[in-house]
Design a protein around this ligand. Structure first.
Ligand code: PLP
Length: 396
């Protein structure tokens, strides 16, 4: 690997210099008003990024996976029924976590490459007249397959069925990069981490709870200690944590939110969309296809690219690292060896994306795939030329 090249894995993402500096702090008393001046603006910044006026934001020293556990253990009890679709490695892991916590998961098996089946959710919820389902899980962006799902449609399914289940959304690889509307979509718990859209080192689980989710913490009987949001809420009122907070990362998060809000959330989303469109133009020019089944589910943060039958897609990732010092993502689970992934989220420009596309071409040519050097780069260049980043009035 080279420290000078950007990474093209779908998290952790490239860290801007200003955020590296923000994380690099002298020790302060983490039970002092000074700490409060970092903690509270960071929570407020996250709330804005979630597009929420109501979310209670909690930030744990952990990762996205700890955010999943925070959602489950604070609101559910052993044996509770949970509805979840499995359409990739991340939804699979969240289901596995539910099962290991003794929850009864009704799994909707969904082809890898497709989005969440909202219509099927609605059927199941309508049939659940006794309201045994306590929570519906939704992975907004399946990082394994490069598939986004329609969370508003999941909310509509709950409403159409008149069902009171909580809606938990994994937004680890979408929040701060793709449009996410906590309030409008009626999300009860949103989960993310520091190392994807927030462009920070790994180390924080970031969650937002609705009022309804907070109410559920009073009766939830799953064991919880480290991730207990009631302890966290009490400590926050005293500018503190129930234990030692990751002060530098929180300072970074505060700065990251400032950067995102300064750029403007809609501009951030448009930038991700534009960069993703360039990558997709390149994939098209290579004569290859995405794992994502149709354009309406294409992710703007990661593309999983199918390689020809009989070819081991993981070789692309290995060769890119060994020969060019560039990181791409491997295929996971069901699509291991069948896809490689280009992560295009976080601190990225068109120019950086072009370097990743050019590298992927060199790698594929080295490995004997029928990819003409320059073909994908040219397609992306054409796209970026006709949609230049700096023509937007506020991009200068
Ligand atoms: C990265 C990711 C996770 C896991 O997050 P960790 O920070 O690695 O624990 C969960 N869900 C999705 C969709 C992700 O992309």
């Amino acid at each position: 690997m080279s420290f000078q090249n950007p990474v093209f894995i779908p998290g952790p993402t490239n860290i801007p210099e200003s955020l590296r500096k923000a994380c690099d702090m002298p020790t302060i008393d983490h039970r002092s008003p000074l700490f409060g001046q970092i903690l509270h603006p960071a929570r407020e910044g996250v709330r804005k990024v979630l597009k929420s006026d109501v979310a209670e934001v909690f930030i744990f020293p952990s990762t996205g996976t700890g955010g999943w556990e925070t959602a489950l253990t604070n609101t559910l009890s052993p044996g509770d029924k949970v509805l979840a679709a499995r359409n990739g490695m991340f939804s699979h892991r969240w289901i596995d976590m539910c099962q290991r916590h003794g929850l009864d998961v009704q799994i909707v098996e969904t082809p890898w490459g497709e989005g969440l089946p909202a219509a099927r959710y609605e059927e199941i919820l309508r049939a659940d007249t006794g309201h045994r389902v306590k929570a519906v899980l939704a992975t907004h962006n399946e990082t394994a397959t490069g598939v986004k799902s329609d969370i508003a449609a999941v909310r509509r399914a709950l409403e159409a069925a008149g069902h009171p289940a909580l809606l938990f959304v994994d937004g680890v690889s979408s929040i701060a990069s793709m449009d996410f509307r906590f309030d409008e979509w009626g999300v009860d718990i949103a989960v993310t981490g520091s190392q994807k859209g927030f462009m920070l080192p790994p180390g924080l689980a970031i969650v937002g709870f609705s009022k309804k989710a907070m109410d559920a913490t009073a009766t939830a009987a799953l064991p919880r200690t480290f991730f207990d949001v009631r302890d966290m809420e009490k400590a926050y009122a005293n500018n503190a944590y129930p234990y030692t907070p990751a002060v530098g990362l929180l300072n970074g998060l505060n700065e990251s939110c400032r950067m995102l809000l300064d750029e403007g959330l809609e501009n951030v989303f448009a930038r991700h969309r534009r960069i993703a469109n360039g990558v997709r133009a390149a994939v098209d020019a290579w004569g290859m296809t995405l794992c994502a089944a149709s354009p309406d589910v294409y992710s703007d943060t990661v593309s999983a690219i199918r390689t020809p039958d009989g070819f081991n897609a993981t070789d692309i990732v290995t060769h890119a690292a060994q020969t060019y010092g560039v990181a791409f993502g491997v295929g996971l689970g069901e699509v291991a060896g069948k896809v490689f992934r280009i992560g295009h989220l976080g601190s990225l420009t068109d120019v950086m994306a072009l370097s990743g596309i050019a590298t992927a071409e060199m790698v594929m040519a080295d490995l004997g795939l029928p990819v003409r050097l320059g073909s994908g780069v040219a397609a992306a260049q054409e796209f970026y030329r006709s949609n230049p980043a700096l023509s937007r009035k506020d991009a200068a």
